[in-house]
Ligand binder design. Structure first.
Ligand code: ADP
Length: 612
């Protein structure tokens, strides 16, 4: 089965495989892979069958005009038979029209099948990505998820056409034409077919040369992009300027630029040579037919019409021949596309409901950490042996230097990450035995940098509780000390926030986020106080809002403010991934330990600043 997406080794081999190199020289396509791809096509088998039928019909219809021409030349014209001439011309026109109409239908079916597969894949990917753990998003490169969702999946829309349709239509055209040619005159037919290898060999050779050149060009382009990215970005620019490396960087860039230009010229020349060879060889076919067919005509063995019809039909086999020999490349390219998508599907969400998980009621429950350990990366332990109890209805404050592990502790409670060792119990039940839905819906999370999506303030608030009435929204915002601020905008609650609307300060965003959690009204609150310096007024409002938010709730607050730790029922001092001290402010301050130190450095200073 697929890779597990959990715990350790996140930045390991799994991610390296997701690079965007379009590597067609990957191992051969496995049967399992094809079967997996086939499953996506399966729901559309009826439409596919119809497409095949249409292709069969058009390939047969395509045979008719050359045959009609033969009849015109051999019978209608010499016999001066106007009726036959008109009939044949009309029949020719009719077949062309019928082929055209079938072509339209086929295009519709093609795009229906392709787009339906893209639709299915996109939905499946979205659903899958929703299930991925937070860890996935912190490890994945920025923009990669979007690329996978958009361009990679969209690439699939060409697959049906370049594989199934291409294969079937070329095969049908080729076989029907070859059979017809053989029936018309097997000697001429063999002559026409004999020259096929003549142009297939250069086609294949040229194909691989062009492929190699294209790959080299792509590599050079990537190199070029990297130089641009490294030197023409804020940090790269500073580095370059401060170490006066402009000349050196420019020389490097110039060299790569020159090489890629040279490669691109070679690539287009290879293309030109290829088409020249191809057209020379394909025009050789008719010449040979005219020569030998002419000889047969002079000896009275065949008619002029037969030669003309024959040459017209012969033109139908060279294209499909060369396309069929190149089909393998298209199939490989398509499988590579699917493979990149499957790479994502194979990363299994690590955090899911146990089959026996039950919904839990977390109202007035204590939260107990029992010897909890956690690791982000294999060798570096972020948390060890964390044990504490956050009593029901009380506020527990986490304090400690940055990087101590406070955020990690809080993220374990809604199971954004899974505790590695030990257990977390809420109201006596292990959180792994509760359904994720019931657990998360009863926890309110207020993060430092509260995320508001692009939309109105009201929409952002309703995200927490879509059924809330206007009165409830206003009440929550009043409690969060943000109502008056909102009402100052001319659009009030309909004001658009985010990058298409107004920009809010950290404190304002956090207050909206508090209002949002108030609307959700969960029994457990986890809060990360904003560290960004708020002015005294904002700080006062946030404090007031917090007081209401946390009343009668079990809460865990990552505290950065003196007023918060003073109000806390219990303070946990975290350092280096463990809890080093525990108690109330008055108890801890007299210990002259880590807390006293921290207090003197961090909180006392803030107090002074606030007083100033
Ligand atoms: P705090 O909230 O106390 O500042 P964190 O819980 O954010 O500390 O971080 C604890 C440790 O875990 C730090 O050493 C940090 O570098 C590491 N860490 C945090 N998040 C990740 C992550 N997504 N991947 C790897 N390491 C992480």
């Amino acid at each position: 089965m697929g890779r597990m997406y959990g715990g350790a080794g996140m930045a390991g081999s799994g991610f390296r495989r997701m690079k965007f190199d379009d590597n067609l020289e990957k191992p051969n396509i496995s049967k399992a892979m094809l079967l997996r791809i086939f499953n996506y096509f399966k729901p559309y088998w009826k439409q596919t069958l119809l497409v095949l039928l249409i292709l069969l019909m058009t390939s047969v219809l395509g045979l008719l005009p050359p045959i009609f021409i033969q009849q015109i030349v051999d019978h209608a014209l010499p016999g001066k038979n106007m009726r036959l001439l008109v009939t044949l011309v009309l029949a020719s026109l009719g077949t062309t029209l019928a082929s055209g109409l079938l072509g339209v239908l086929q295009t519709y079916l093609n795009s229906f099948i392709s787009q339906s597969i893209v639709y299915d894949l996109k939905n499946q990917m979205f659903r899958h990505l929703q299930q991925m753990p937070l860890q996935f998003y912190s490890a994945v490169k920025q923009g990669e998820v979007i690329t996978r969702m958009t361009s990679d999946i969209s690439g699939i829309q060409g697959v049906f056409n370049s594989t199934v349709v291409s294969f079937a239509s070329n095969l049908f055209i080729l076989s029907s034409t070859v059979i017809t040619l053989l029936v018309m005159n097997w000697k001429l037919a063999l002559l026409g077919i004999v020259i096929v290898p003549l142009f297939l060999i250069p086609t294949r050779k040229m194909g691989s040369v062009r492929w190699k050149l294209a790959k080299e060009t792509q590599e050079k382009m990537a190199e070029q992009n990297q130089i641009i990215q490294e030197t023409l970005s804020i940090s790269g620019y500073l580095l370059m300027k401060l170490f006066t490396k402009e000349k050196q960087e420019y020389a490097g860039f110039q060299a790569v630029n020159k090489e890629s230009t040279r490669l691109q010229i070679r690539e287009s020349m290879a293309g030109r040579w290829f088409f020249m060879t191809l057209s020379t060889f394909t025009s050789m076919g008719p010449m040979i037919i005219y020569l030998y067919g002419g000889y047969l005509f002079i000896h009275g063995e065949i008619s002029v019409g037969a030669i003309i019809g024959f040459v017209a039909l012969l033109g139908r086999i060279y294209g499909p021949f060369s396309q069929l020999t190149n089909l393998y490349v298209d199939i490989k390219r398509s499988t590579a596309l699917f493979e990149r998508i499957f790479d994502y599907f194979d990363m299994e969400p690590a955090i899911t409901d146990k089959p026996e998980a039950k919904p839990a009621d977390l109202a007035m429950c204590d939260i107990v950490f029992d010897s909890v350990g956690f690791t982000y990366q294999q060798d570096k332990q972020a948390l060890q042996n964390i044990s504490f109890t956050a009593d029901a209805g009380t506020m527990t404050a986490l304090v400690g230097p940055s990087g101590a592990g406070k955020t990690t502790i809080t993220n374990l409670i809604p199971r954004l990450y899974e505790a590695g060792t030990g257990s977390i119990r809420i109201g006596g039940t292990d959180i792994r035995d509760m359904t994720l839905d019931s657990l998360r819906s009863q926890i309110g999370l207020v993060t430092q940098d509260s995320y508001l999506f692009n939309g109105t303030i009201k929409e952002n608030l309703l995200y927490a509780n879509s059924g809330a009435s206007y009165e409830e929204i206003v009440a929550a915002c009043k409690a969060a000390y943000i109502h008056d601020f909102i009402m100052d905008f001319s659009d009030g609650y309909e004001t658009v926030v985010g990058n298409r609307g107004i920009k809010l300060s950290g404190g304002e965003k956090q207050r909206i986020s508090i209002a949002r959690v108030l609307l959700k009204n969960p029994p457990i609150i986890i809060m990360d106080e904003a560290t960004s310096s708020l002015d005294t007024a904002s700080e006062y409002y946030v404090q007031q809002a917090m007081g209401l938010l946390l009343r009668n709730k079990t809460s865990i607050v990552i505290a950065h403010r003196l007023s918060t730790i003073m109000a806390a029922d219990k303070i946990l001092v975290v350092q280096g991934g463990t809890i080093v001290e525990e108690g109330r402010h008055e108890e801890l301050i007299v210990k002259n330990g880590v807390y006293t130190d921290l207090y003197n450095k961090q909180f006392e200073r803030k107090k002074l600043e606030a007083d100033a």
